[in-house]
Design a protein around this ligand. Structure first.
Ligand SMILES: *Cc1c(COP(=O)(O)O)cnc(C)c1O
Length: 384
């Protein structure tokens, strides 16, 4: 199988992990802070908080922003379920904003319409989570303007987007948001096996997320309600979790960071070939907005209505292509239907889903493999 996405592990990555195994610390040593520094410096943010997954970091980001029962969180239906579930962990309600049919990202016009209505009904969201689908940034400048006008907080779900840029700045600098989160699952751009990280420029949010990822326990005197009883002393000042990243994971991540730009450049090189060789077909190729330099996590193509998606999908799998579909609209999942959502609620996301297939794109894809993928795809599309 030629997978749609895959990690690229070098000997240097392996050596970095083995060195940690031979060191004194498997957890809570020097690698995690070094990885945090590398990611925050790359992104241009002031703080970086590493945790054991992007799902965990979404949870503590919501808590740090004060999300709780009675609040609303809005996100895109074209995402992995974790972008919405974080609200439910906090007891808050979820709603969705339909996608733009060109970028497949949360649509800013729909967001504005929905905010106008929500204001009349007195149910404005506390948090909006724009998801940078496939590595392409959402229209953050306008979403940020709306956040000023309607008083909501912003968490950028950049699980797909490390190494990408928006308006010539790296994703993760939080120029137009409160917090940005990344995922390091093996299928994403760089990996720590499992892992996630939040960036922010707000010291209170960084401090809160640092507490919440580690039991709500602190050894810092300024966070305690009394003087230290001795050098052993710690206090639990909040209800936190064990969401820590291990030293093994951080060492892998740090090693991978040194190749991030190379990975993204390779993805662009491969994508250019897809754009060239699949151009004169009746497939819709992923639109690249000029404001964004995508990290190209995914390469979703849209089939023409004349082709049956399930049949095409099965045929490609039989030919050895590990194609996939991103995403089944979150609101159509049984869990969300039980909360009152229905098919038809977000028609653009549903129409996109009906025709989408993600074809292989990752830094380890060889020229020959890609040539074979292109042949398979061209043979099913109507070629001019
Ligand atoms: C992968 C992904 C997540 C969850 O990441 P984990 O690190 O696996 O928890 C969240 N949001 C989006 C958009 C993702 O693609």
């Amino acid at each position: 199988m030629i997978p749609y996405g895959k990690q690229a592990i070098s000997q240097a990555d392996i050596d970095a992990v083995v060195a940690v195994l031979q060191s004194d610390y498997l957890t809570q040593g020097p690698q995690v802070p070094a990885f945090e520094t590398a990611v925050k410096n790359y992104s241009g943010a002031q703080f970086g908080i590493a945790v054991n997954s992007a799902t965990s970091v979404l949870h503590i980001a919501c808590l740090a922003l004060g999300l709780s029962e009675g609040d609303w969180l809005w996100t895109s239906p074209n995402t992995f379920v974790a972008s919405a579930n974080c609200a439910r962990y906090c007891g808050a309600d979820v709603d969705f904003v339909d996608i733009d049919p060109h970028t497949y990202n949360l649509c800013v016009e729909q967001l504005e319409q929905k905010l106008i209505q929500a204001q009349q009904q007195n149910r404005l969201p506390k948090i909006v989570i724009p998801v940078h689908f496939a590595g392409q940034s959402c229209d953050m400048r306008r979403i940020h303007q709306l956040s000023q006008q309607y008083g909501f907080k912003i968490i950028e779900d950049a699980s797909h987007a490390i190494g990408g840029r928006y308006l010539d700045l790296p994703i993760g600098g939080c120029r137009y948001s409160d917090i940005t989160i990344f995922s390091f699952h093996p299928v994403k751009i760089i990996t720590t096996a499992e892992g996630g990280l939040a960036t922010t420029n707000q010291p209170e949010l960084a401090e809160k997320m640092q507490l919440l990822r580690s039991h709500g326990v602190t050894r810092e005197a300024h966070l305690m309600d009394q003087a230290l009883e001795g050098p052993w002393y710690y206090q639990q000042v909040d209800l936190g979790f064990n969401y820590r990243m291990t030293e093994l994971q951080a060492a892998l991540g740090l090693s991978q960071m040194s190749r991030l730009d190379e990975f993204v450049a390779k993805r662009h090189q491969l994508a250019q070939r897809y754009f060239a060789e699949l151009a004169n077909t009746d497939l819709v190729l992923p639109y690249q907005h000029p404001d964004s330099h995508s990290s190209l996590h995914l390469f979703p193509i849209l089939l023409p209505a004349s082709l049956n998606r399930a049949e095409v999908f099965n045929r490609l799998r039989e030919q050895g292509l590990g194609v996939n579909v991103h995403y089944i609209p979150v609101h159509t999942q049984p869990y969300y239907r039980r909360l009152g959502f229905n098919a038809g609620d977000f028609p653009q996301a549903e129409a996109y889903y009906q025709r989408a297939i993600s074809i292989p794109l990752h830094q380890g894809l060889t020229y020959e493999e890609q040539g074979y993928v292109i042949d398979c795809i061209r043979s099913l599309a109507c070629v001019d």
